[in-house]
Design a binder for this molecule. Structure first.
Ligand code: UT7
Length: 328
């Protein structure tokens, strides 16, 4: 019997502080109505503590998940942290998280594919389960986007928020779990969404700080045009490859970058918005955390055997789709 990787639990963490559109109106030249109509974000969570970052949020989500599942951290084999805002360039956030939660038997690494980091990490984690070499894999998406957002830039400050979500992957033989996935990348899209400085091509200097090159730089319209087709294309591809009609789909779990992109994806799949996990209004775009935050918010509505399509699009460009038959 074929072994698949099943999500057997999910948990999330978001910081308490709420940055709403009214407060943003005081910070940059924008209006609540503009933000709501262009991207659908009303509030974002911000991790204000200067001594806490992505590893802290990841560990909070992971600890909640272990407590919920009544699993010892010593049972975890592997931790993959999806993040574009690691605590440090090195060591990997996954190493720090393992130490924070006491997962001393686990090895781990970070995976970075911008807003597609979590789906890439989930796909990667599933292979360790399918191969039979690992039985408990934690896949965590965590981003402190507030650490790389320029709060004087109205084009990006309205979009992003902080948060983390974690899932546990375990082997399944009952034909539920991750059934299919397809990942894509096109590096020619680099110039439309990136963080210019801080890497080896442009190390930190006084100039990079003065020129605000450690922040997110985005040509929103250019990204929107590609995102709106690619996210829908890969979701439709998952349906076609697996002979699923719109009636077969229980839920769409889309990356939360823009409500209009999500609506276009649902439309392409022929499903109504009642089948779409949509929480961009309260969290904004949390980059690597959007998918697990959705799964956590909707967990109580999911039933064993539900067909779920995950889809993402992000900088790189990177994008991907996944078909999951829910396991519990
Ligand atoms: O998760 C990774 C992938 N990221 C995405 O998928 C993001 C994709 N892009 C988007 O979601 C959208 O492009 C945005 C929400 C970022 C912007 O929406 P848009 O409809 O593309 O607006 P725009 O950039 O074309 O700007 C339209 C106008 C401009 O004014 P003019 O030049 O027409 O006079 C902007 O200067 O709106 C202006 N504008 C704003 N006005 C009020 C830009 N930002 C704001 C703002 N408040 N915050």
């Amino acid at each position: 019997m074929k072994t698949t990787a099943a999500i057997t639990g999910v948990a999330a963490y978001v910081p308490e502080y709420i940055l709403d559109n009214a407060e943003l109106e005081q910070m940059v030249d924008t209006k609540n109505e503009w933000i709501m109509s262009r991207c659908g974000v009303s509030e974002r969570r911000i991790l204000k503590d200067t001594d806490k970052a992505s590893a802290f949020m990841a560990a909070e989500a992971a600890q909640k998940l272990l407590a919920k599942k009544n699993i010892s951290p010593l049972e975890i084999d592997l931790i993959i942290v999806a993040t574009v805002t690691p605590d440090h360039q090195y060591p990997a956030t996954a190493n720090i998280v393992a130490d924070m939660i006491g997962a001393t038997n686990a090895w781990g690494f970070d995976l970075q594919a911008a807003c597609s980091s979590f789906i890439y990490a989930l796909n990667t984690g599933s292979k360790f389960i399918e191969s039979g070499t690992h039985t408990k894999v934690l896949v965590i998406g965590s981003d402190k986007m507030s650490s790389i957002v320029d709060y004087t830039d109205r084009k990006t400050s309205i979009l992003f928020g902080d948060g983390a979500g974690a899932v546990l992957l375990e082997p399944s033989t009952d034909e539920t779990g991750i059934i299919d996935a397809k990942m894509y990348s096109d590096g020619s899209g680099k110039k439309y969404l990136y963080q210019p400085a801080g890497g080896s091509i442009m190390p930190a200097s006084l100039d990079t700080i003065v020129n605000k090159q450690h922040f997110v730089h985005m040509d929103g319209q250019a990204v929107f045009k590609v995102a709106v087709t690619k996210m829908a294309d890969v979701a439709a591809e998952m349906m076609e490859r697996n002979h699923l009609t719109s009636d077969d789909i229980a839920f769409l779990t889309p990356h939360q970058a823009n409500k209009r992109i999500i609506e276009a994806t649902a439309n392409r799949m022929g499903i109504g918005m009642e089948k779409v996990m949509l929480n961009i209004e309260k969290y904004g775009n949390t980059t690597s955390a959007t998918l697990p935050l959705c799964l956590s918010d909707w967990e109580h509505e999911l039933k064993k055997g539900d067909n779920i399509i995950l889809t993402t699009f992000g900088a790189g460009f990177t994008w991907g789709g996944m078909y999951i038959k829910w396991s519990y």
